[in-house]
Design a protein. Sequence first.
Length: 202
Amino acid sequence: MPRVLQKSDLTLKELCLRSIVSKIDNYWYKDFLDNYYGSIHFMYLLGPFDDLPPDLIHDIWLCLKTRRLLRKHHGYLLISPYLASLDLAHSEADLGLMLLLAAQRCFQLQNLDLSHNKLPKEMFSRAVPSLTQLRSLSLAHSSVTDRQVSVVGVYLTQLTGLDLSYCPQLTDLGLLSLVLPQDASGHPDPRCGDSSNTCLYG
């Protein structure tokens, strides 16, 4: 009998991503989980995804997120120094660890989404100064405070897009620290205020 031609609702790329994600821990991460994870903190690791294009690595990350499979150990092998974008919105993993890894590795990061999160105050303030190449940052629906926004104003001078919508702990004082030479406490800070090219959403 002639074989019936079947059509898939998914592209070949999507099928491959799902296959990788379905075996992420018992195959791709098996050596790392069995021999290294939990022993010490690794600033960088050579892993099975290092030869992939950065956009494809991020697609694996997003596929894990979409299927609610993303765990903190995935950050060690998927947060790559070559990433241009990183989506940490609605993070169910250890957000502090993810920010630490991004700060230590992602010197070319241009787009970071931290929306819909309770931000770790200390780690956020420690990570932001290392992410100086950011062009777009989303903090919408987060717990960001005036002091944290002042850190953004000091260090992220390349920002062209900043989303601060629906941030209940943010006041006018924090917003002023983005455009005036003062920090979130109202004290003069000559490092602040270079935000003339930033499009602010809020």
